[in-house]
Design a binder for this molecule. Structure first.
Ligand SMILES: [Zn+2]
Length: 122
């Protein structure tokens, strides 16, 4: 079993509704997203899943959030755009994109900054 990792980032505004702290006010982050996928076999040249292709899939997903007001962007107009919920949403989107490949998403880490982040795995 191999675990492969790629990362990318996006910038967006959000507010955490119901938080009752300054994070309830609109503010922004430069989120960093790390995707880890598992592969049980390698291809003929020793690659489990091409890093470049994997990063492209991740970037396609994050492009739908980049420079957006997350609280006005579905599904986060109805679900609080916390790092936790973002991680689960990215996991589900990436799992859909990899459904026809031998790679399986293991976990997604979403970091709001160097000190705080949330990892989702089912
Ligand atoms: Zn925040």
């Amino acid at each position: 079993m191999w675990e492969l990792e790629v990362s990318s980032s996006f910038s967006a505004a959000h507010r955490l509704c119901g938080y009752g702290q300054p994070c309830e006010n609109v503010h922004g982050h430069n989120w960093k997203v790390v995707a880890v996928v598992r592969c049980e076999q390698l291809d003929a040249i020793g690659i489990g899943y091409d890093f470049k292709a994997l990063r492209t899939r991740l970037r396609e997903i994050l492009a739908t959030l980049d420079h957006h007001d997350l609280n006005a962007t579905p599904p986060f107009d109805a679900v609080n755009p916390s790092a936790e919920n973002l991680a689960r949403w990215v996991f589900e989107r990436l799992a859909e994109k990899l459904a026809d490949s031998p790679a399986r998403v293991a976990r997604i880490l979403v970091r709001e900054n160097d000190d705080s982040g949330a990892t989702y795995s089912p």
